[in-house]
Design a protein around this ligand. Structure first.
Ligand code: ADP
Length: 663
């Protein structure tokens, strides 16, 4: 029964049910070449591409062509494919996809095909088939489509393994490649990462035993050289190692990431000559797409790791960190901020919140002023007091401009630190310090008045001893009077030291012009009566005559150094000398007192300025002189150094800043 002309449209001259079935099939078939038949295999529909194929097979727009006509022609093979395939259809399985060789077709004769049937009960109403010729250009077009689908899916993938599985599912399994395997290079071994076909065990598992050494097989060769490899007949190939079936053909390409082989894509077929250059080309392109994605993924992972590390830092602090944009909207914050805000305000922080909805009412004004300041590139730090549920909190807030990569200010960071505990401790300390200072002052006053009051009766005693010494002629009385005088003098010097110490502590520095020759004249007056003074030869080199300093303190310094030079002169030496040099530089005055006295042992120099320290306990004096000297020099913001050699002499160097109040 002839149904009508072969046209690009279904012919309606048929029973109603056949007609409906035809329409349904035309809608179902998805391949490029499509045709629909009635139950007797008469063609009722063929699309334009298939019409062209029929023409090539020698069937020109004849009316009522049947598949059996083709079967009876030289193109028998072509018809047989479909007639055979139709046989495997049943009401239970009304469609079937397969791949086959079609010898009748020109060029490469592999096809990807499907057959379908529409049933009414057990009765076939219509047959249909569709197929694609797997030509190079078809495969390329298909690859391009698969590639865009893969790229879309790859965006959400989080690790390289998963990326390979997606690659297998989206591209490799749809390119008629037989079995495909992706291997990942791990040192000297190629480890299976993803597979398709016989090599796949489950949705994300590869069958066992596919690991190979990098020195083995075609994949090993590709991994070592970084070059693609196509073996049309593996039985002849020295690189081939047998895996699941005996030799056929094999193709493998490298996946190169950042210039190094990351892995290999390998496809195998039982058929010889199954793979041709187009397969290698498409696999290479697949490898390239994969490597770009892997590179992207690796840098994404690296970036995320970096971000994670930064987050770990800012989340480890108990202080709240918040980032605002220039319109005072919240951009980011750390976990401490989330906790504090929830506790103190009951608010859950969210990106995009306005400052008005985040900052407590009584701090809003301050926040606005300081944030605008920091947006003007002015870092601001302040201490705020904040009351919450009857408790008072001390907050240290820090506003700092936030910059983008170009250095432009895009917002600011707010750092909030709860310093209540610190503040409390500080307050306690301040109070204690005040008490201590009071006590100190009182003690100073006490020491001052005692020593002051002690000196007056002592002076009278010394005067009286003098009178006794002169009035009495008895030798014993003279000796006792002399002893009494020494004891009184020693006591006087001790009290004077205490007085000096106390005055240095009590009185502010008073700067004035100090005329040095005058100071020396006064000192000489004092020293005149000290035993040993006359035995010392003084020499002075005053490179500067007048200095601006505190006269009283300068006198203490010189008095101590010169009296020590007298006391600790070396009586064994023929001549005892002492040289005083006073000079100045831009910033300093330098006082240098050098003697050729008994000197100081090296191991004692470090203790020299300690309170009550004496090199030898039988030395005259209180051991207070140098201690006081150091206090006074410190008071003037200066420094003191000693250079000394036992039996040779000592040099004391005092460095005083010209402006002690600002030093
Ligand atoms: P004092 O007031 O008893 O003289 P100082 O504090 O002035 O005590 O000096 C401490 C010790 O340093 C003295 O006991 C002495 O041994 C030693 N000393 C100080 N100046 C000199 C010096 N010019 N030569 C040698 N020894 C010195």
């Amino acid at each position: 029964m002839r149904m009508g002309p072969i046209l690009d449209y279904p012919i309606m001259k048929t029973t109603h049910s056949t007609n409906t079935a035809t329409l349904e099939l035309v809608g179902n078939l998805r391949h490029y070449n499509r045709a629909v038949f009635d139950a007797e295999f008469n063609i009722v529909y063929a699309n334009r591409p298939y019409l062209k194929i029929l023409e090539q097979l020698g069937f020109h727009s004849k009316e009522g062509l049947s598949l059996l006509d083709i079967y009876n022609s030289a193109s028998r093979e072509h018809a047989l494919i479909w007639l055979d395939a139709f046989k495997s259809l049943s009401p239970l399985q009304s469609s079937f996809s397969f791949s086959a060789r079609d010898e009748a077709l020109s060029g490469d004769c592999r096809i990807d095909a499907e057959v379908q049937a529409i049933y009414e009960g057990n009765q076939v109403k219509a047959y249909g088939f569709g197929f694609d010729e797997l030509t190079d250009s078809y495969l390329k077009r298909r690859f391009d489509r698969l590639k865009s689908e893969f790229l879309a899916k790859a965006l959400t993938v989080k690790d390289t393994r998963e990326l390979m599985w997606v690659m297998v599912d989206e591209i490799l399994s749809n390119l008629y490649l037989g079995d495909a395997l992706i291997l990942e290079k791990r040192g000297e071994v190629l480890v299976p990462a993803a597979a398709y076909g016989n090599l796949r065990k489950s949705s994300r598992e590869v069958v066992d035993g596919l690991e190979v050494a990098i020195s083995q097989g075609i994949s090993g060769w590709v991994a070592t050289t970084g070059e693609p490899y196509l073996s049309a007949d593996t039985s002849q190939d020295p690189h081939y190692i047998e895996r699941h079936f005996e030799a056929g053909s094999e193709v493998a390409v490298p996946i190169v990431v950042h210039g190094n082989v990351f892995g290999v894509i390998n496809c195998e077929s039982e058929q010889r000559n199954f793979f041709r250059p187009i397969h290698q080309e498409l696999l290479q392109r697949t490898g390239e797409v994969l490597s770009v994605r892997i590179e992207e993924l690796l840098s994404r992972i690296e970036l995320e790791d970096l971000e994670q590390r930064h987050l770990a830092i800012i989340n480890s602090t108990p202080n709240s960190f918040l980032l605002f944009d220039s319109s005072l909207q919240l951009m980011s914050f750390n976990t401490a901020a989330i906790k504090s805000w929830r506790y103190f305000t009951g608010l859950g922080l969210e990106v995009g919140m306005k400052y008005k909805n985040i900052i407590p009412e009584d701090l809003k004004k301050k926040f606005k002023t300081l944030s605008l300041k920091s947006l003007q590139d002015d870092q601001a730090e302040e201490y705020l007091t904040w009351r919450f549920q009857e408790k008072e909190f001390r907050l240290k807030v820090n506003f700092a401009p936030a910059r983008n990569r170009k250095g432009e200010i895009f917002g600011f960071t707010l750092l909030v630190e709860d310093v209540s505990a610190l503040y409390q401790a500080n307050e306690t300390l301040r109070a204690k310090n005040f008490d201590l200072e009071q006590g100190h002052k009182e003690l100073d006053k006490f020491v001052y008045s005692i020593s002051h009051d002690l000196r007056a009766p002592l002076s009278s005693m010394m005067g009286l001893v003098n009178l006794i010494e002169n009035a009495q002629q008895l030798p014993e009385t003279k000796i006792y009077a002399k002893m009494l005088q020494d004891a009184a003098e020693s006591m006087d010097s001790y009290i004077r030291n205490v007085l000096e110490y106390s005055r240095n502590k009590r009185f502010e520095i008073e700067l004035e012009e100090v005329h040095l020759p005058e100071v020396f004249r006064e000192l000489e007056e004092k020293f005149k009566f000290i035993p040993g003074y006359r035995e010392l030869k003084f020499e002075s080199d005053l490179q500067v005559k007048t200095i601006r300093s505190d006269a009283y303190r300068i006198e203490i310094i010189l008095n101590n150094l010169l009296s020590n030079a007298i006391k600790y002169r070396d009586v064994a030496k023929r001549e005892s000398r002492c040289k005083i040099t006073i000079s100045e530089s831009d910033q300093h005055y330098e006082i240098r007192v050098s003697d050729n006295g008994i000197g100081i042992p090296k191991d004692k120099v470090g203790d020299l300025f300690n309170m009550f320290f004496k090199v030898q306990s039988d030395h005259p004096g209180s051991g207070l002189g140098l201690y006081i000297l150091k206090e006074v020099v410190g008071n003037l913001n200066g420094e003191v150094k000693v250079e000394s050699k036992l039996k040779k002499g000592s040099t004391f160097i005092i460095l005083l800043p010209k402006n002690p109040l600002n030093a």
